[in-house]
Design a binder for this molecule. Structure first.
Ligand code: HEC
Ligand code: HEC
Length: 84
């Protein structure tokens, strides 16, 4: 192997290592259970905004409180993405 080939190889390995270590997206997705799966077709047909109107019927401080450090809550599905 030529010296240049070895350098190219090492460079490639470094790039792969960096991509590998990139942080994973950690925000939980919209669950695909009995409660939430009905929102999937709604999002597809009428868009995220239409579905988001229903979230706070249950997700509010009286029923299912948000974690204390929850970010601002407008547009739930921007952050809680659909499972593919
Ligand atoms: C009928 C009540 C109800 C509605 C409406 C509802 N949720 Fe939920 N949600 C729940 C309950 C109960 C849980 C906890 C149990 C579970 O994970 O299913 C939950 C859990 C979650 C979780 C956490 C899942 C996890 O892995 O811990 C997310 C994120 C979430 N809901 C987002 C949403 C979004 C976004 C909407 C609007 C599109 C929505 N929910 C509408 C009842 C509801
Ligand atoms: C700006 C981004 C953002 C928006 C908008 C947002 N969330 Fe969250 N949500 C987060 C993050 C980040 C967390 C904590 C990390 C995680 O999901 O585990 C979280 C956590 C949650 C949890 C608790 C999950 C668990 O760990 O059990 C629920 C339930 C939830 N969000 C529902 C909602 C609902 C409903 C809306 C809309 C009213 C909403 N979120 C809007 C980012 C967002």
């Amino acid at each position: 192997m030529k010296k240049r080939d070895i350098l190219v190889l090492i460079g490639g390995l470094i790039i792969i290592a960096i991509l590998w270590m990139a942080p994973e997206e950690t925000t939980k997705h919209l669950p695909k259970d009995e409660i939430h799966s009905k929102f999937y077709p709604l999002v597809q047909k009428e868009g995220k905004k239409a579905a988001e109107k229903f979230c706070q019927n249950c997700h509010n401080k009286n029923q299912i409180p948000f974690p204390a450090d929850h970010p601002p809550k407008f547009r739930c599905i921007f952050c809680h993405k659909l499972d593919s």
